[in-house]
Design a protein around this ligand. Structure first.
Ligand code: FES
Length: 116
């Protein structure tokens, strides 16, 4: 498997769970929600904390260190102390396998706003 892609069987990602992975030397966390599966940076944009050690509540990912929350759908910071978004990664579902690829590279909420 190329290191610029991560593949996870869908059965390993029940709704409400997270899975930390490495994608092209970046730490990412794959979040399974009732709204879909999303991949974002696993390192908080405020300081150094691994977000997979926090909590996933719906589409809100809550940092274990100072409690900032992020929307996993677009990486937006939802509250202090974090103000910068998390990078997000494209997720595809192919034949029961979740694929996260770096083919387009990470993007942020501000990148997507510029694309629109
Ligand atoms: S390190 Fe995540 S909120 Fe401070």
């Amino acid at each position: 498997m190329p290191d610029d892609a991560v593949m996870i069987p869908l059965a390993e990602l029940p709704v409400g769970t997270m899975s930390a992975r490495t994608l092209a030397d970046r730490e990412i966390v794959v979040c399974s929600t009732k709204d879909g599966i999303f991949a974002v940076d696993n390192i908080c944009s405020h300081a150094f904390a691994r977000l997979n050690e926090g909590r996933l509540r719906g589409t809100r990912l809550i940092c274990p260190l100072h409690g900032a929350a992020f929307d996993v759908r677009d990486g937006r910071a939802l509250g202090a102390p974090a103000s910068r978004p998390l990078a997000t990664y494209p997720v595809r579902l192919v034949d029961g396998t979740v694929e996260i690829s770096m083919s387009r590279g990470p993007s942020t909420a501000s990148d997507r706003a510029a694309d629109e």
